[in-house]
Design a protein around this ligand. Sequence first.
Ligand SMILES: Cc1cc2nc3c(=O)[nH]c(=O)nc-3n(C[C@H](O)[C@H](O)[C@H](O)COP(=O)(O)OP(=O)(O)OC[C@H]3O[C@@H](n4cnc5c(N)ncnc54)[C@H](O)[C@@H]3O)c2cc1C
Length: 393
Amino acid sequence: MPQTLESAVKAPLPLVALSEDEILFRDSVRQFANDSIRPRVREMDEKGVFEPAIIEQFFQLGLMGIEIPEAYGGAGGTFFESILAVEEVSKVDPSAGVIVDVQNTLVNNALMRWTTDDQKKRYLPKMAANTVGAYALSEAASGSDAFALQTRAELKGSEYTLNGQKLWITNAKEAGIFILLATIDPAAGYKGITAFIVEKGMPGFTVGKKEDKLGIRASSTCELILEDCRVPKANVLGEPGKGYKIAIETLNEGRIGIGAQMVGLATGAWEHALRYAQERKQFGKSISEFQGVQFQLAQMATEIEAARMLVYNAARMKDARMNFVKEAAMVKLFASQVAERVASLAVEIYGGYGFTKDYPVEKYYRDAKIGKIYEGTSNMQLQTIAKILLGGK
Ligand SMILES: Cc1cc2nc3c(=O)[nH]c(=O)nc-3n(C[C@H](O)[C@H](O)[C@H](O)COP(=O)(O)OP(=O)(O)OC[C@H]3O[C@@H](n4cnc5c(N)ncnc54)[C@H](O)[C@@H]3O)c2cc1C
């Protein structure tokens, strides 16, 4: 039956449709990433150090507190806007993208959702103004099996004493606040897991060795050492024993963020490949005139668009307060596959030049690999999706 104009107008908007505010926001982040981050990307990657001035600019632009309510000094925006910011920044540098991502989709999200009023007053203004956050769940012996963690928290009077080590913690070098998971009762299994807000200066807390990585080299990834680290009881996030719920629900949102990072990365690699294909001449014409190369570019663009729509849909679902657990796992699984394929093809389109550090695509290729690993490996995403499909939930 033909659709009437009236029903077409009433139909939900297509996923590619952004509001005017979202377009303005996206374009301002895009311009900042191009003007202020792009010139420093190569040096930061080589040194394995993120430029502090860029983090300051992130704060000035409101990109570190996108969803924090204005009453606490944040931008009062949506989760979708956080996703747009991660995508745009990651187009230029996925290391910069993950800083914005962890801050907004993991740390701020957890703080906004689970804190008491007093904790909100103490922490949200800092997160919006000047304090980088990190999220510390993984340990040497507990990655995919995250709730087998061994970091121990014991209540002594008005303080908990934390002992143990965390591994692989993104933003650890720059962070002032850590959402850290420990167990108050190892015998209780996952029901003993408790989330704490740990401040960098708390006694007994040290940021340890920084990893020398394949990709996202400018993003710091460090171990954390807790030696009789004293954390006030008032710094429990949520309730004692509810940390597993906080961790799971926070990571659901985080996975959409990693999807956005991967879509941004793939788009960045594709844009370079397109430009290069139009400039590079072989057999007397630009290589973009060969159908073989055209088809590669078309395939890449199609996959990126599919991944982006998964990301946008899951983010819109989150803002609409719908259940998005399956969709978030699909986003992360698929977007990281697309990023790896697209970045790999981008290297091939550059030919031998693509294999050198003189051109930007080898970095996208290295950076893509992490998408299948952190915030739950691809197998863990498949497990989540399968469990929901088979359980009919
Ligand atoms: C750069 C980087 C940044 C990170 N940032 C953070 C951070 O900020 N905070 C944080 O807490 N953690 C962080 N991590 C840790 C990350 O989340 C873990 O590395 C990841 O969850 C995988 O855990 P693992 O490394 O112990 O691998 P393992 O769990 O040992 O997995 C190894 C392999 O076995 C497979 N596998 C394991 N169990 C199963 C199963 N049941 N079924 C099928 N396959 C399985 C996995 O898919 C994987 O291929 C980061 C890691 C890296 C590398």
